[in-house]
Design a protein around this ligand. Structure first.
Ligand SMILES: N[C@@H](CCC[C@H](N)C(=O)O)C(=O)O
Length: 256
């Protein structure tokens, strides 16, 4: 079967986007998903996003990591909003459904501001913080992030959490409200250039552990710059917004 896809990237986190309103994509076939995401034998991407119809929302976003596992993706959510606009499903504001529930978003040129779920599952550990921001995230401050072994240490920590494991974010504080982040992503099983749910977890973890008193955090990542804002009420983080670019790269057709 021929598959028409659209390639998008959000700060270098890259995705194969498919308009699956006809429900023809073989989403149970994880081998197929991995093959499409393979950077040597397929299109190459960190994950695949399907846009489907939903009776109560503008659209439904379905996200699969490159290994075929399903979860939520923040940068993918931002790219889904840009893709829904390209498909003329939405104008500049939208409410859509995803793996972790309802999301509101606004798009202005290629900048997408995406509301994330309220975050209350935050666990403070000896040298790290765990937070659930639509998916699992370990957050750890390190020195010298440039030379830090993100792949080696990320892989070890990722499997120290019970199934399905955790993504792992290594962080260096730059100033009161700026934190640089490098992320090892489960499901990609490698460092990616950016992770939206990851920087959201970092911003909240840094606020929770008093590394910052700001509720607007700048997060430089390997592929660009992201920002997270929030309000905090009795330990629960609400009105959490992830903001950054979501860019169309190219359209193509492959045999699947
Ligand atoms: N890159 C994503 C996160 C994608 C999901 C992650 N790999 C997982 O399995 O939890 C983001 O931008 O949030």
């Amino acid at each position: 079967m021929k598959l028409t896809f659209f390639k998008y990237q959000g700060t270098g986190n890259d995705f194969v986007m498919v308009d699956n309103r006809t429900k023809t994509f073989p989403k149970q076939n994880t081998d197929k998903i991995s093959q499409i995401c393979d950077r040597h034998f397929g299109v190459g991407a960190d994950g695949i996003i399907l846009i489907e119809k939903d009776t109560n929302y503008d659209f439904k976003m379905i996200y699969f990591n490159a290994d075929g596992s399903e979860t939520f993706c923040g940068n993918g959510g931002r790219c889904a909003v840009a893709f829904a606009k390209q498909l003329q499903l939405i104008k500049n504001k939208t409410t859509f459904l995803a793996f972790d529930g309802e999301h509101y978003a606004e798009i202005n040129n290629d900048i997408v501001s995406l509301q994330m779920i309220d975050v209350e599952d935050i666990q403070i550990k000896e040298n790290a913080v765990f937070a659930y921001t639509g998916t699992q995230h370990h957050v750890e401050l390190v020195d010298n992030l440039d030379n830090y072994p993100v792949f080696e240490n990320g892989k070890k920590i990722r499997y120290s959490y019970e199934n399905p494991g955790s993504n792992v974010n290594f962080v260096q504080q730059i100033n009161n409200n700026t934190f640089r982040v490098r992320t090892y992503e489960k499901g990609v099983e490698n460092e990616t250039l950016a992770c939206g749910t990851g920087v959201t977890a970092v911003a909240i973890a840094m606020h929770k552990t008093n590394k910052t008193n700001s509720n607007t955090i700048s997060l430089p990542v390997e592929g660009g710059n992201l920002a997270v804002s929030f309000t905090e009420e009795n330990g629960c983080y609400k009105n959490v917004f992830l903001k950054g670019p979501a860019t169309f790269v190219f359209k193509g057709t492959i045999e699947v």
